[in-house]
Design a protein around this ligand. Structure first.
Ligand code: GDP
Length: 298
């Protein structure tokens, strides 16, 4: 994960080590190298600009001038700024006062929504919740079956349209699932919605209709981190089209660069809540900005 950026930053810092005081030239050279490292990592330009401005300002300040080890202090500053750009604190789920808490997943096809639904269900179930998975992706022929497989693996029931009742209306399924959850004491409902290969207005409309029908407590935008800048563009399109409270980043295990993780919060103003790091249901956790920053600087 983020190997390229990690390597580049290690090189930048190694040229700083051993310097007793940092000259303006040292600071500028370091800022230049960090900038290149971020751009190479596919971080969005406005994020890079803001990040570098912060680093420069702080590196010129007293905390570095007075430090016994200025290079170490610069690394500490970069670490703190990385944590900040990644969202600062871990964002926990906001549970509804009156159950069920409704969590809706939205995103492009292949982003990892169905897998994430299973992961989230298992993770919540392990914390003494009684989640219900809802198959509101009725677009893809085997999406319902795929969610049912996830449900089995997570030991969580799945609410789906009855076979023989036609394709079904995803808005209706979502609406009915809330009633079903109430009757069967499920305290959390996780709704998997349909995705398309690209952003389109029909997809947005359907997601918005489901949103309006069930008024979710949390809308999670699920996005594949490996698509880099495209993740940021899609994130913006979904923000405008559907709106969401937080982001779930998937496929971080295959993301050598880190551009999406480092850009998405700053560009959308929405925190990254979950990190998905593999195909197994266990490859999943809350997103911890501090741990991620440490990994990058390791
Ligand atoms: P959906 O169309 O958004 O529901 O996406 P799926 O959940 O079907 O996932 C698409 C593909 O990505 C599947 O082959 C998943 O196994 C795979 N996948 C999902 N999450 C991850 C992840 O975190 N890491 C990796 N390596 N693969 C993942």
């Amino acid at each position: 994960m983020f190997e390229t950026l990690s390597d580049r930053l290690t090189t930048v810092f190694s040229s700083l080590r051993g310097k007793g005081r940092l000259s303006e030239e040292d600071i500028n050279a370091t800022a230049r190298e960090i900038r290149l490292a971020l751009l190479e990592a596919d971080v969005a330009l406005p994020v890079v600009r803001e990040f570098i401005a912060q680093i420069k300002e702080r590196a010129r300040g007293e905390e570095v001038a007075k430090a016994l080890n200025p290079a170490q202090q610069v690394i500490k500053i970069v670490n703190e700024e990385l944590v900040e750009i990644l969202g600062g604190q871990t964002r926990e789920i906001r549970f509804a006062k009156n159950p069920p808490t409704v969590i809706m997943l939205a995103g492009l096809q292949g982003a990892g929504k169905t897998t994430l639904a299973g992961k989230l269900a298992k993770w919540l179930g392990a914390q003494r919740n009684t989640p219900l998975l809802v198959a509101a992706d009725l677009q893809r022929p085997n999406a319902v079956t795929q969610l049912q497989v996830m449900g089995q693996r997570a030991s969580v029931p799945v609410f789906a349209p009855q076979p023989g009742n036609g394709v079904g209306d995803p808005v209706e399924v979502a609406r009915e699932s809330i009633e079903h959850a109430r009757r069967n004491n499920h305290n959390i409902v996780i709704i998997d919605t349909a995705g398309r290969l690209g952003v389109d207005s029909e997809l947005m409309r359907q997601a918005a209709d489901i949103r309006d029908a069930v008024t979710p407590d949390e809308i999670l935008f699920v996005v594949d981190a490996m698509i880099g800048q495209d993740a940021v563009n899609t994130a913006q399109a979904f923000l405008d089209g559907v709106g969401y409270d937080a982001v779930a980043l998937t496929k971080l295990d295959g993301d050598a660069r880190g551009g999406a993780a480092l850009s998405i919060r700053h560009i959308t103003g929405r925190p990254i809540m979950f990190a998905s790091t593999g195909e197994k249901l266990e490859d999943f956790d809350l997103f911890h900005p501090d741990r991620m920053a440490s990994r990058i600087l390791d």
